[in-house]
Design a protein around this ligand. Structure first.
Ligand code: ZN
Length: 464
């Protein structure tokens, strides 16, 4: 028998706006019916305010374990490239068990913060000395196991990584756990497909790491391995990367990509930080999504994507926690707006029209773009149109309207209070993922057990 249950909310954010007295019927993990303007009925679980869960479009889960370990000044100017050296040293020690334990901790924190689906940009494939595991998809299976244990929706994006720089430069020793040729990568994609097969509404795509790490020929062949799934790529995160691309091809990275590929709605351009006006317009007018990871981009000193210009042209975006330096859905949205305020010396920028709520515009934008980026827009995949709609996965967040920053608010003001005024967290009360309640009173149901395994892994890793 299919389990059916009902949730009733005093108010809920539906695709066409806030509605009052909303009753959701959940069956087999999906929203089977939505009624508005109805009284609660016996058996309904009642809460005050519901919003859809957010998609985290870009995560490297294992990096949660090194969060905060690269904040010490080095001998010269520190930047993304010196951070990457710290990251390479950290990942050199990770066992499959460590990868699973760290990913589970990251996914618990994502769910507790309001993310219900993650796009795992999974590039750690091999043993520390660079050989394949006996099961080449061992680490993809560990990521899938972490998703299963925590309940988070998973879009697995196996990463193809072959070169250290433009022009097919040979990889560096620190990259040996990532490296594949296209044929062995095809096996990793198939292994990834098997790894997620038992997970509810999981999705599989591919991720050519960056234009630095793949040749044009490899990029064509890797993209062909995902005839329907999402395609994610890091692009234009660094000025040095833009300069190297210009030297190699005469074109900037985003322009090169758009010139050489049919970049459609299945593509998600991660970062796209350094783009000129023509590139901004071309991406905004295309069907793709930009994956913005502003907390990580701030932490790494990457730069600021011209979000205001892009949104004014109708561009779509999702948000991601990338390095997982701080896993905070509301914090990602806040930083998106604050980066614009700091550079433009103005306020309330990323919303169109007088009277519009910034928090609501950001939240709704991230819901729509995130669903597209992780679901590929295909029927039958979680996300679909995004939001609380009939047929969508029951990925629901109930807010604690007794939180000091939410008291006395309703509708869009709840989102503004959450995103801009609740720096300490604590706004997420309950989270349902695929219909199951995984977070209650702000705490994941397996948080303690997951934290114990994470703690043991980290103590050992950091003691060596
Ligand atoms: Zn990344």
């Amino acid at each position: 028998m299919t389990p059916v249950h009902t949730l009733w909310f005093d108010q809920a954010l539906l695709p066409d706006g806030w509605a009052r007295h909303v009753r959701l019927t959940i069956a087999a993990g999906r929203i089977a019916a939505i009624e508005t303007g109805v009284d609660h009925a016996p058996g309904d679980e009642r809460h005050v305010a519901a919003v859809p869960g957010l998609c985290n479009v870009h995560s490297h889960a294992f990096q949660r374990g090194m969060a905060g370990l690269a904040e010490t000044r080095g001998p010269a100017d520190d930047d993304f490239w010196t951070w990457r050296e710290v990251m390479y040293r950290f990942l050199d020690r990770l066992t499959p068990g460590d990868v699973e334990a760290i990913a589970a901790q990251a996914y618990v924190e994502m769910l507790e913060g309001g993310f219900t689906r993650v796009g795992e940009f999974h590039y750690l494939h091999h043993t520390p000395d660079g050989r394949p595991y006996a099961n080449p998809a061992e680490l993809a299976e560990r990521v899938a196991a972490a998703a299963e244990a925590t309940g988070i929706g998973l879009t697995l994006l196996p990463v193809f990584y072959a070169h250290a720089d433009f022009g097919g430069a040979p990889p560096k020793p620190g990259q040996r756990r990532f490296i594949s040729d296209v044929d062995s990568f095809a096996g990793l994609v198939e292994g990834g497909r098997r790894a997620i097969a038992a997970l509810p509404d999981a999705n599989l795509g591919v991720a050519p790491h960056s234009l630095r790490a793949v040749t044009p020929d490899e990029l064509q062949r890797v993209v062909a391995l995902a005839p329907i799934g999402p395609i994610h790529i890091h692009v234009a995160e660094q000025v040095k990367e833009v300069e190297a691309c210009l030297a190699w091809s005469g074109a900037r990275p985003v322009a090169w990509l758009l010139d050489h590929h049919d970049v459609d709605h299945r593509w998600c351009l991660i970062h796209a930080t350094h783009v000129d006006a023509a590139e901004v317009a071309a991406v905004a007018n295309g069907g793709e999504v930009v994956g913005l990871c502003t907390v990580t981009e701030a932490n790494l000193g990457d730069g600021v994507f011209p979000t205001a210009d892009y949104l004014a042209l109708g561009g779509r975006f999702g948000v991601g926690t990338d390095s997982n330096i701080a896993i905070d859905a509301a914090g990602e949205l806040k930083m998106l707006e604050y980066a614009q305020r700091l550079t433009r010396r103005s306020r309330n920028i990323l919303v169109a029209g007088e009277g519009g709520s910034v928090g609501s515009a950001l939240f709704r934008g991230a819901i729509a773009g995130g669903a597209q980026a992780l679901g590929g827009g295909h029927a039958g995949v979680s996300g679909g149109p995004g939001g609380l709609s009939v047929g969508a996965a029951a990925d629901i967040v109930a807010l604690d309207t007794e939180h000091p920053s939410l008291i006395g608010r309703s509708g869009d003001a709840l989102l503004d209070g959450w995103i801009f005024a609740a720096a300490g967290g604590g706004v997420v009360d309950c989270v349902w993922r695929h219909g199951a309640k995984v977070v209650e009173r702000g705490r994941h149901r397996h948080a303690s057990a997951v934290a114990r395994l994470y703690s043991a892994a980290l103590r050992r890793l950091l003691a060596t």
